[in-house]
Design a binder for this molecule. Structure first.
Ligand code: SAM
Length: 287
């Protein structure tokens, strides 16, 4: 049974971490002309109103996107070094707001961020299994080269390989409601790297006191995968609270130089989030 609904968490620090890195990855991929297929295996609704009861219940965006949004005047248009990337991302976020862009009223999900990068010759496939979430996703105004699939994302991804375009970029962002989700993601990643050796893949994982994400990281290492870089954003030190204390993103085949760009950008994010926020980037497996 699917119980997770992303609307309760939209715009939290994990969303910022994931979507900001995704934005940096896409920006780098768009430097080349050859067409790209994007696959989002767990798409969610696509777009969230922060005034809805779900968002208002936990108000997680207040410790995620909101502190960055408040700094946007200083960050947008600042082209100095990699800080400019955070400013560019906030500029995109402004475009997602309703008429009065000075107020943060909405937070876009991964389908929206991916659709922003879409060129005429690219394709975007969105998988979502929850019937309620599918209905919202169906209602999103997305370009004609986007296809929505109401089915399981990991088996859908396997079925689509190899893709017809020269390049492939995948986001795997499950809710990890079941322990086996970690190993299923690792197996899918191993399969994917055999079928599409140069695919750029982003896998999100939660940092929990139980350390379950090690199942995923250990299995991809054992499977012999190479060029795996991890970015981990912690909101506080583990053990102080129950639940998720940090957000992880595993990058397979990150474009050259991206590790440094992400490091520099995340240092700025950490400064905005304040408190005990901390970022660590590291090669899990190098060449
Ligand atoms: N990627 C989204 C974003 O960044 O805006 C958030 C996705 S949310 C963490 C996970 C989503 O996966 C939920 O909407 C859930 O309904 C959906 N889901 C759960 N199991 C799934 C499956 N087997 N295949 C596809 N989607 C699934």
């Amino acid at each position: 049974m699917l119980s997770y609904q992303h609307a309760y968490h939209a715009g939290n620090f994990a969303d910022v971490h994931k979507h900001l890195i995704m934005f940096i990855v896409l920006r780098s991929l768009l430097r080349k002309e050859s067409p790209i297929t994007y696959i989002d295996t767990h798409a969610g609704r696509g777009f969230y109103s922060l005034s809805e009861p779900e968002s208002q219940k936990l108000k997680e965006y207040e410790k995620g996107v909101l502190p960055l949004w408040r700094e946007r005047a200083a960050l947008i248009g600042n082209e100095r070094s990699d800080e400019g990337l955070l400013g560019e991302w906030l500029g995109e976020l402004s475009r997602a707001q309703s008429a009065n862009a000075r107020q943060l009223t909405h937070y876009p999900g991964s389908p929206w961020w991916l659709a922003q990068a879409l060129r005429h010759e690219d394709k975007l496939h969105l998988f979502e299994l929850h019937p309620g979430e599918q209905r919202y996703l169906e209602a999103q105004p997305l370009p004609p080269n986007v296809r929505r699939h109401p089915e399981d994302g990991l088996s859908g991804l396997r079925r689509m390989l190899p893709v017809a375009t020269p390049r492939l970029c995948v986001l795997i962002d499950p809710s990890y409601e079941r322990k086996q989700d970690y190993t299923e993601v690792a197996e899918t990643l191993a399969f994917l790297s055999r079928k599409a050796r140069h695919a750029v893949v982003m896998v999100w994982y939660p940092l929990l006191p139980t350390g379950k994400h090690r199942l995923l990281l250990d299995e991809v290492k054992q499977a012999g995968l190479r060029k795996l870089w991890c970015s981990e954003l912690r909101l506080h030190t583990p053990g102080q609270e129950h639940g998720m204390y940090g957000s992880g993103l595993l990058l397979l085949n990150p474009p050259w130089g991206l590790d440094r760009q992400i490091e520099n950008t995340m240092q700025r994010v950490v400064a905005c989030l304040g408190g005990e926020a901390h970022h660590k980037g590291y090669w899990w497996v190098k060449e």
